[in-house]
Design a protein around this ligand. Structure first.
Ligand SMILES: [Zn+2]
Length: 644
């Protein structure tokens, strides 16, 4: 049933523009593309493409600016073996001298179909047992044309016996999702914009699970893994993902897809991804990423975050981040909404759906808030500058990272929207919240299929005012555009908690360390010594003006010994504890390049780890925010009787 909402005139104008740009699929013959992944274990994808053409000069292109990456990451450098042909005869081509993504050709008289073959060298997101296809690796289409106006009909070949997960619509009843050996799976025609937005995962160990079957449209999670047992997800996780679908349905009161597929790869070689799409999300974690509660805690917000992007980022997109082609630069100025609000909502939904507990949510929030509060780069750079600079900040190294600042619009955005949420609750005696804003901002136009409706800053202000009148423009500008030497901790405090530092890590941190994941092996001494170090003593970053900075330590150096003992986490921890309230410095032997030196660290405040502490007698809005809106699904656990 279609839900109705108050729709502003400006929004209707936007929506009609979006509709007017809808592809005229019926009028044009689609490009036919067959992606052949049968060589995936050998790191090669192949494509056979038939393009409808007319005689004369023709310029074809591959995608450059990839939505969601916010950067020009199209893999043109990996596209190889390009051969154009007409009626079986090769046709000469020349690359554009300036735009290296473009190929120029001249189509002979009388020719209506051009064939292109190309290969892509793929070294990420695949293994011997699974592969992820992002279509920009194989796409070729007419340049200088809005991509949503270019019809295309995709087909797919995968290694024998491998299953397929995708939001693309298979034609007929077909062999989907596990085709017969060597069979080609055909999908309904779409347009180039949608095809790029519809990745495919495929693998030998494949499972597809329906989620929250009472909710329409349908939701699935498709899983591939390197080991046979990993893709068969735990019932408890499936129940929590069902909760996620129901919680999201209740929160956003709309959907903007015809079907939704969570695509999940569990692999130590092909993991490490989270990319949103309108009707699916591409999620890649280590092979044990969801195998138990400790591993799951490290990944709990991934699926809620990427799922939320279907609304915030895909359906509603900042006007500068939407371009009609993949050639024009995307502008990141409003990424503190696109990513920052998604960060807030993803973490909130992880708690509401049970993927993590409310206490774990607070532990993670404390670490994020403390990290921002102890980030010296905020003294020179605003949050909005990190957003505008997004495309040059993604791959930066850890050295002096906190002085430079990275893509801080994620975590800064989380604190900002928590501030807004708790402020609305305060202004309305907890009768309204940011949930009400989502029901306006993300649900305008009711339920739709995949659609992009751009927005500007003023619409945020207008919709926030519709929930609770306030000077929202100033509120947002002050927090985003100004230089703020301290992090925005107002949301935590309005939420009934305060950020404090204790001498022991919080329980969640201990649980993450117990997972054995390399991400959590190092000792956190950022709030004590002012050092980020690996478990081997390698210094990754030094806090500007902190104790280690004053002792002239530097990133890329390595701590070899602590107080006369070879470096270990334990040795350093013991030294920090031992120096507490004493006057003797901590003695270090440090290697810098091929030189070794003795360094004394004058630090006496002991270990310091951030936690949130409840402020009794104040409203605990933070607990309200993380409470489920729906009745949680219980995992089909074995009953006590069965256990006996
Ligand atoms: Zn995101």
């Amino acid at each position: 049933m279609k839900k109705t909402h108050c729709i502003s005139a400006a929004f209707l104008a936007c929506l009609s523009l979006a509709c007017a740009l809808a592809p005229a699929l019926a009028q044009k013959a689609p490009i036919q593309i067959t992606a052949d992944l049968s060589d995936a274990p050998r790191k090669l994808y192949h494509a056979e493409i038939d393009l409808p053409v007319t005689a004369g000069p023709l310029t074809l292109t591959t995608p450059q600016w990839i939505p969601g990456n916010h950067r020009p990451t199209g893999p043109v450098d990996e596209i190889t073996g390009v051969v154009f042909s007409v009626n079986g005869k090769p046709l000469a081509w020349r690359r554009d001298d300036v735009d290296l993504y473009q190929f120029h050709l001249v189509v002979p008289e009388g020719v209506t179909t051009l064939h292109a073959h190309l290969d892509c060298i793929v070294t990420r997101r695949l293994s011997q047992k699974l592969a992820v296809l992002e279509w920009e690796k194989l796409l070729l289409y007419p340049a200088n044309t809005p991509v949503r106006e270019i019809p295309i009909q995709p087909s797919l070949i995968v290694p024998a016996g491998w299953g397929i997960g995708t939001a693309l619509t298979p034609i007929g009843d077909g062999p989907y999702p596990v085709p017969a050996n060597g069979a080609t799976t055909h999908y309904a025609a779409t347009n180039v914009e949608q095809l790029q937005d519809s990745p495919v995962i495929t693998g030998q160990y494949f499972h597809e699970f329906p989620l929250a079957p009472t909710i329409t449209p349908k939701h699935f999670i498709d899983v591939v893994s390197d080991n046979p047992e990993d893709s068969n997800l735990r019932p408890a996780l499936l129940a929590e993902l069902g909760n996620l679908v129901r919680e999201t349905d209740a929160l956003y009161s709309s959907h903007h897809y015809n079907v939704y597929h969570f695509l999940l790869t569990l692999s130590d070689v092909a993991g490490g991804e989270g990319l949103e799409h309108g009707q699916s999300s591409d999620n890649g974690v280590g092979e044990k990423g969801f195998s138990d509660d400790a591993h799951q805690l490290g990944e709990a917000d991934l699926l809620p975050h990427e799922f939320t992007h279907s609304w915030n980022g895909k359906y509603r997109r900042p006007v500068g981040l939407y371009q009609p082609d993949f050639a024009t630069a995307q502008q990141g100025a409003l990424l503190w909404v696109y990513e920052g609000m998604t960060e807030y909502l993803g973490d909130m939904l992880a708690a509401r759906s049970g993927l993590e507990t409310q206490a774990q949510y607070r532990d993670i929030l404390a670490r994020s808030a403390a990290s921002l509060d102890y980030r010296p780069g905020r003294e020179w750079r605003s949050t909005s500058d990190t957003a505008i600079s997004a495309s040059i900040l993604r791959d930066d190294g850890p050295e002096w990272a906190m002085w430079r600042r990275g893509q801080d619009y994620y975590q800064e955005g989380e604190l900002l929207w928590l501030d807004a949420d708790t402020l609305i609750r305060k202004l309305t005696q907890n009768k309204k919240s940011l949930d009400d804003f989502q029901k306006i901002f993300l649900a305008k136009g009711g339920n739709t299929g995949p659609l992009i409706v751009p927005y500007k800053f003023d619409e945020l202000v207008e919709d926030l005012n519709a929930v609770a009148p306030y000077d929202w423009a100033t509120f947002l500008h002050d927090r985003v555009d100004k230089i703020n030497p301290r992090a925005d901790l107002a949301g935590i405090e309005q939420g009934g908690y305060k950020l404090v530092y204790k001498d022991k890590p919080d329980p969640s941190q201990k649980m993450l360390m117990s997972s054995g994941s390399p991400r959590y092996r190092g000792l956190n001494c950022w709030y004590s010594l002012g050092l980020r170090i690996g478990s081997d003593g390698a210094i990754m970053d030094v806090r500007w003006n902190g104790p280690a900075d004053k002792a002239r330590l530097a990133p890329t150096e390595k701590i070899i010994a602590v107080n006369g003992q070879i470096f270990s986490n334990d040795a350093l921890q013991t030294a920090i504890r031992g120096a507490k309230d004493k006057t003797d410095p901590i003695h270090l032997i440090v290697q810098a390049d091929s030189f070794v030196s003795m360094i004394d660290l004058d630090y006496h405040d002991g270990e310091r780890y951030p936690v949130l502490e409840r402020v009794e007698g104040t409203p605990a809005y933070l607990d309200d925010i993380t409470k489920p809106l729906t009745v949680p699904e219980k995992a089909p656990a074995t009953t006590k009787k069965d256990d006996e």
